[in-house]
Design a protein around this ligand. Structure first.
Ligand code: SF4
Length: 232
């Protein structure tokens, strides 16, 4: 079974209201300019040890396992991985870029995932071409699967003012609503790790959150925005 390239042993932020670990799987079919872990996306990181003993040892401390990446649905062993994690009694969450409805369908159909965080990358009119199609069409299909599945999921967008302005963001939220999404829409601020796939410069302005909140048809959850940091 394919192994992750890294493990975050404990997080309280990545599975709602649960103590979780994160398994990081290398390789991705997208090349987002803001990607802050190029080596992971480009599949340059070596795999680590067998993850199952690690999970077996922590059953008393952790509630959930987050499978992330890269794009974790590209892992040819993801079904086996989820099956083995579920057999240990964990909840399973996957983070996906919304490009792989076939695998998502398979996992949902088998009852192997409990929560999904799915990216919406770009407005439909500017969506990226990917192998065999257009990303927005795949995202739409994933949304159809998730809204019909009955499991909890969230839609989120990483934002950088050079790539997406307020009008783009509102358009993407409206597109999600049009596809049946009716929960909080999460905006994740660009993480400036110094090196990104697209060599993005630091953001030169802040977003007008008042405007976004006023015009959004859904509540917006803001993550990692600079104006929220160090507030106590
Ligand atoms: S940000 Fe996510 S979807 Fe985009 S290239 Fe990086 S790993 Fe892939």
């Amino acid at each position: 079974m394919r192994q992750p390239t890294d493990i975050t042993p404990l997080t309280f932020l990545d599975y709602p209201h649960k103590a979780a670990c994160i398994l990081w799987y290398s390789g991705c079919n997208l090349r987002c300019p803001y990607c802050y872990n190029p080596d992971l996306a480009l599949d340059k990181n070596p795999a680590i040890r067998d993850v199952i003993p690690f999970l077996r040892e922590r059953r008393d401390f952790l509630d959930a396992v987050v499978i992330s990446g890269g794009e974790c649905t590209l892992n040819p062993d993801i079904r086996e991985l989820c099956t083995r994690i579920k057999a240990l009694g964990y909840l399973v969450k996957i983070d996906t870029n919304g490009s792989n409805p076939a695998v998502l369908h398979d996992l949902l159909d088998a009852g192997l995932i409990d929560y999904v965080a799915m990216d919406h990358k770009m407005p439909a009119a500017r969506s990226w071409k990917i192998r065999g199609g257009v990303l927005f069409d795949r995202f739409s299909e994933c949304m159809r699967l998730l809204t019909g599945s009955g499991i909890n999921f969230e839609v989120r967008t990483t934002v950088h003012p050079m790539l997406l302005d307020e009008a783009d963001i509102l358009q993407m939220i409206r597109e999600s609503v049009g596809l049946g999404y009716d929960q909080t829409y999460y905006l994740q601020y660009f993480f400036d790790a110094g090196k990104t796939l697209g060599n993005l410069p630091p953001p030169s302005r802040r977003y007008d959150r008042g405007l976004l909140d006023e015009r959004s048809p859904l509540p917006i959850g803001y993550r990692n925005f600079p104006e929220d940091r160090f507030k106590y």
